[in-house]
Design a protein around this ligand. Sequence first.
Ligand code: ARG
Length: 585
Amino acid sequence: MTSTIKQLKAKFDRAIIAAFGADFAGIDPMLVLASNPKFGDYQCNAAMSLTKQLKQPPRAIAAAIIENLEIGDICETPSIAGPGFINLTLKSVYLEGEVNAIAADPRLGITPVKTPQKVAIDFSSPNIAKEMHVGHLRSTIIGDCLARILEFKGHDVLRLNHVGDWGTQFGMLITYLREVYPQALTTADALDLGDLVDFYRQAKKRFDEDETFKEKSRQEVVRLQSGAEDTRRAWNLLCDQSRREFQVIYDLLDIKLTERGESFYNPLLPAVVEDLTSLGLLVEDNGAKCVFVEGFTNKDGEPLPLIVQKSDGGFNYATTDLAAFRYRIEKDGANRLIYVTDSGQANHFAQFFQVARKAGWIPENIEIVHVPFGLVLGEDGKKSKTRSGDTVRLRDLLDEAIVRSRADLEKRLQEEKREETEEFIANVAKVIGLSAVKYADLSQNRTSNYTFSYDKMLDLKGNTAPYLLYAYVRVKGIGRKGEIDFANLGVDAKVILKEDAELVLAKHLLQLSEVVGAVEGDLLPNRICQYLFELSQKFNQFFEQCPVLKSEEPLRTSRLVLCDLTARTLKLGLGLLGIGVLERM
Ligand code: ARG
């Protein structure tokens, strides 16, 4: 299916050529949704921008375009407004036809791309032996959502968990555990992540204070890198322990990831340095191997290099990223590489992208993007912390969301004098609680910071997951009340659009594919949230103004189709956000 705006664009292209000649082929008709519904549905702003070239007043240009425009099948007669805007109002019959067509399409008008890309999306990526924190939560939720959208569009998506499972932290940790708790290095399950994180803190302290300890830790890193058996075994155990803990979170949030940690690229690091050397890009600076690229300076304004090998021979985070990036292009065959991390790492990515570019490692048809996101703030406006000042544990945060959503639900059940089973309550509380957390994150423009508030995200009113879930439940409620089998409304179940609220809802339903297409490009999931929020509002207005079950045929069936299409759109859209729906709540 071709979206309305695409159909209109094609028609404007033709009209502009017909009016002004073939030189004007490919001119952007500047077609957008009307700024105010009072003026219609779409507007064309091209006349104003063509005045210079055509040396004609914009209203005359607009008139010439309209004269050559053949849009009678889609729009009412266009009108010219103000300096030369062309206003377009969609015809009801056209809308009816389009709505009927998407209603008959299981993909609701979202066509898969013709040339799928191989997309490597690097997200979540917590660090072994450290607690997963809210930053990783954002990366996990946003990354998963982007992966779902790209997958749905038909791309081949590689969901990569670039776990921090390598480096100096293991030297410290293993040295410390050898001293205080050697069993942990030989027996599975001897520690849980909480202990591990504590040990890590203590080890770090020793490392910073004690020279002999520091030296031992260094040797342990060398042993790890050279594959010493006992160190490797210890490392494996520690990784497994962390992995299990991460998995609890992934299971709760229904996240699928392929783990390919930093250690995976370890054998490929020397080649990165060699290749940069033979390209003449490496500069030795106090024994460290560096690449200098334009535009990166420290706070004193001095050029800031990307260090690929430290003076002690060790490699850096950036070296691994360079190796990983080459692997993803050469071995995975990726043509779009996406990295989802907090904006704090923007410089790291900009710098290593530029090094890669300078080295000629980014072929022309390959897109490489950092998808940054802002901080999660507590309600006091500060970086979110527990009362004792520690960073909040993710598991606690998610559990708390479920506990609170359960309390809300129980209160509501009491008010409505409803009796539900424990199974129902537990499931609804969990779905709402976790959806609320995901949705609160996704509904913000990811580049800004957002304030984490359980009360706001669980509110049944407002731009929240519960509000959208409730709109879905409402449709299901109509179905139960009228004993409607939505899947079999009959072959001639057709939409008829008469009332304003119906038209408004129908037009919105038709926007889905445009919105999803936009997110496929700019990777801003909040667009989908906003779309679904407005859909729920428009549906609720329709529901208040247009009786459904009590209407006469054929209106009754028409309205049932609109209800069903709304529910399917919500389900699909929420699904793209990684949120499941409830039949009742
Ligand atoms: N482990 C890193 C962190 O916790 C995130 C890794 C992001 N991915 C990457 N390829 N650098 O900050």
